[in-house]
Design a protein around this ligand. Structure first.
Ligand code: GH3
Ligand code: MG
Ligand code: MG
Length: 372
């Protein structure tokens, strides 16, 4: 006797004629709790599989028809479900015939003379496999969806990280690198220069008498001048050069692979571009000038580390201030006794644990020391 199945919702497509055996089998299937759609023509079966939910197909096919052996795969080809189990109900129990159906894609072969109970048991077993298959397919879809969400999240995290990194290393007023970003890039470029024995030049720039701009025209006008100043610097350099705002009205330009003469001519160009620029402030035109200090690794032989490059470019800048402003002072043009004094002072700072270059606020104090 057939056992009652737990899930009455399963739909079984039974492709068969009206033989008495087929009618018995159909009744057994209905008794087992499954819905059964019977069709007699294979063409109808294709339409049912395409348009209805079918959990399993039973094919009672003429065994000697060579075309019939391909029908399980043809049915599966039109079924929307990922897996459609197909059991062939063969007219005879010949081993050769059963093997032919199995080899051609049938999941199981039963004989038309098989008892109804066995048929139901075989259909039940196949439906269990179908359930597992469907669950696996669902898990795969869920897994793919989870993976997709994970990838999206990761991409967003990467974007947020990049934005954050840009925020942390960009000066809010002028949108060039800030001091922190500049120090990171300098450390990196210095390593490359050291490794490949390439020149690395640094320009330290300071707007001359900038306090007067603020005092005479107001702080917002000073901000405007700083922004435009940064634009002039950006427009004067190559894509691979790095412009940074290192302090209030102090800027740095890092020039990878630039020898002292190339860096000096760029410094002059920048200085002239600044001097020629007319800043329009509330209908009035003002001009500013800039002083520039230049140092180059390894041409300025005393330079052994990035902080020293910054320190010596700053000292050269201070000398440019002391000697009249609106000018470029290159370390290589500074008399040797002064350079030796600067180097000693840097080393003493190192020994005293002050391994960072002078901060911008201390420029005025340093300025007095620089020319001594
Ligand atoms: P020097 O030629 O010796 O460099 O003279 P200076 O006036 O440029 O230098 P000083 O250090 O005396 O003054 C710098 C001024 O820059 C003082 C400070 O208020 C101003 N400053 C610093 N940061 C900003 C800023 O973000 N916006 C504006 N508007 N002013 C700033
Ligand atoms: Mg200044
Ligand atoms: Mg300054």
């Amino acid at each position: 006797m057939a056992t009652k199945q737990a899930n009455p919702k399963k739909n079984i497509l039974f492709v068969t004629g009206e033989s008495s055996q087929a009618i018995c089998h159909r009744l057994e299937l209905l008794r087992a709790g499954w819905a059964v759609t019977r069709v007699s023509e294979f063409i109808e079966a294709l339409s049912v599989v395409r348009n209805q939910r079918v959990d399993l197909a039973l094919l009672n096919l003429p065994g000697d028809d060579a075309v019939a052996t391909d029908l399980p795969n043809v049915l599966r080809g039109v079924a929307p479900a990922a897996y459609l189990p197909v059991i062939v109900v063969a007219d005879t129990a010949a081993e050769q015939q059963r093997c032919r159906f199995l080899n051609a894609g049938a999941d199981d072969v039963v004989c038309l003379a098989t008892a109804g109970g066995e048929l139901v048991a075989r259909v039940g077993a196949m439906l269990r496999i179908k359930d597992l298959h469907d669950q696996l397919a669902e898990s795969r879809v869920a897994l793919q969806e989870a993976l997709r969400r994970e990838r999206e999240l990761l991409a967003k995290l990467r974007r947020d990280n990049a934005n954050l990194q840009t925020l942390v290393t960009t000066d809010a007023l002028t949108h060039v690198e800030n001091r922190r970003g500049f120090q990171d890039i300098l450390a990196h470029e210095f390593k490359i220069a050291l490794r490949y024995n390439q020149p690395l030049s640094l320009l330290a720039l300071d707007v001359d008498h900038f306090k007067m701009v603020n005092d005479c025209h107001g702080h917002p006008s000073g901000d405007y001048v700083l922004k435009e100043f940064a634009v002039i610097l950006k427009q004067s350099v190559r894509e691979s050069d790095v412009v940074a705002r290192t302090g209030g009205e102090e800027f740095g330009i890092l020039l990878p692979k630039a020898a002292p003469d190339q860096a000096a001519s760029l410094a002059q160009r920048v200085r002239e571009a600044v001097a020629q620029r007319q800043f329009n402030i509330y209908g009035r035109t003002i001009r500013v000038t800039t002083s520039v200090g230049l140092a180059t690794y390894p041409h300025d032989a005393e330079i052994t580390e990035p902080e020293m490059l910054v320190y010596l470019a700053d000292q050269a800048l201070l000398m440019a201030k002391e000697t009249g402003r609106d000018r470029v002072t290159a370390l290589c043009d500074v008399p040797m006794p002064i350079r030796i004094r600067w180097r000693l002072r840097y080393q003493q700072r190192d020994l005293a644990g002050q391994d960072t270059p002078p901060c911008p606020q201390k420029l005025a104090t340093n300025r007095r020391q620089a020319s001594r």
